[in-house]
Design a protein around this ligand. Structure first.
Ligand code: NAD
Length: 340
């Protein structure tokens, strides 16, 4: 049997990196190609344990670089593409939206063109629940796959635009696709600018933790491992052309998440510093994952155990995040949170 070749874009980042590990562990008969530009959010140290495996390959490349992308597709003839690569941080999209348009929209279009030209069997586009906009605080309302897209930030607008392109390539050119829209992820190798690793790393260093506004905004948290199993299922069993929401019914206010981490690390809530709210801050996200559950998906983690494991991981892997927060990240943090 010939080996399947699978291209993972953004496999040096948080979720793509976890998915690369997931594939290496679960699909020894796949040839795995991790294509990543290695922006500030990408690092290969997380793949030290697999970098010498025969079925793992790394390609450094910008997804918006049409010529190089076409060269790689022509050379490797990928069977599957799972597309994670993106600019992913809402705050950065508010201060510098242009790169979000280039990477998230143009980059996706280049990959779609190459996938069409070289006839990949499935293109899975990893999107986000943020494309739906926001919900109010009524706990009985959820995003379904039929919820209209009403993105509010430059980040979510760029992701929604890429979703429309993926859909259009299916409708117009019959490209076999799926789109996944997942809620907020947490887990190992999450870049310390995002709420959970930001809080863990700052609390461990006895530093103030910035919380936007009154901290009452609600996010629906999913362990990254559960996101990986969802993508695996959609890649292999998803009905052609369909969108699948991914979420595990773990709605928490940002303040609750921060307090849980502080309590678990036995520190004082005096570390909390309320800062001016994020512009256009979405109130609430909550996913209805019924369609994916009907395909056979079930999350393995609940938030209470998942967050404790994640805190433990950050304690045991201090070198990884300390290395990150000591570099350019310092400038980013002081510009972003001038009050702290
Ligand atoms: P991340 O920022 O941790 O990783 C992004 C990766 O993409 C990095 O390795 C970076 O180097 C790479 N990249 C950026 N620009 C590139 C370019 N032009 N060419 C090639 N590679 C490039 O992001 P993440 O949190 O792992 O998110 C991955 C995907 O999942 C994104 O598409 C995001 O929209 C989506 N998503 C994220 C979440 C979440 O909670 N983090 C939830 C739902 C969906």
């Amino acid at each position: 049997m010939t080996k399947k070749k699978i291209l993972i874009t953004g496999g040096a980042g948080f979720i793509g990196g976890n998915f690369v590990h997931y594939l290496v562990n679960n699909y020894p008969n796949y040839d795995i190609y991790n294509l990543d530009l290695l922006t500030y959010a990408g690092d290969l140290t997380k793949h030290k344990d697999i970098e010498n495996k025969q079925n793992y390959h790394f390609i450094q490349c910008d997804i918006a670089d049409r010529k190089s992308i076409f060269t790689h597709f022509e050379r490797e003839n990928f069977d599957y593409v799972v597309h994670f690569a993106a600019e992913s941080h809402v705050d950065r999209s508010i201060t510098d939206p242009e790169i979000f348009t280039k990477t998230n929209i143009i980059g996706t279009q280049v990959l779609l063109d190459a996938s069409k030209e070289f006839a990949v069997s499935k293109f899975v586009h990893v999107s986000t629940d943020e494309v739906y906009g926001e919900l109010d605080f009524d706990p009985n309302t959820f995003f379904t796959e039929e919820t209209p897209l009403q993105p509010n930030s430059p980040y979510s607008a760029s992701k929604a635009s890429s979703d429309f392109l993926v859909r259009a390539y299916h409708e117009t050119y019959d490209l076999p696709i799926n789109i996944t829209r997942c809620s907020n992820n947490y887990g190992p190798y999450h870049f310390p600018e995002k709420l959970i690793p930001l809080t863990i790393s700052r609390v461990l260093n006895n530093e103030k933790v910035p919380v936007y506004g009154d901290g009452k905004n609600i996010r629906d948290w999913l362990h990254v491992y559960d996101h990986c199993t969802a993508i695996d299922l959609v890649l292999h069993k998803g009905l052609n052309g369909e969108v699948y929401n991914v979420g595990g019914h773990n709605e928490k206010t940002n303040l609750d998440v921060v307090k849980t981490i502080i309590k678990s690390l036995d520190k004082s809530e005096d570390l909390i510093e309320f800062v001016e709210d994020r512009l256009g801050h979405d109130k609430r996200y909550a996913i209805n994952p019924t369609k994916l559950e009907q395909l056979g998906w079930k999350p393995a983690y609940n938030f209470d155990t998942g967050i404790q494991q994640t805190i433990k991981w950050y304690i045991e892997n201090e070198d990884w995040w300390n290395n990150i927060i000591s570099g350019d990240y310092r400038d980013y943090f002081s510009k972003q949170y001038q009050a702290i």
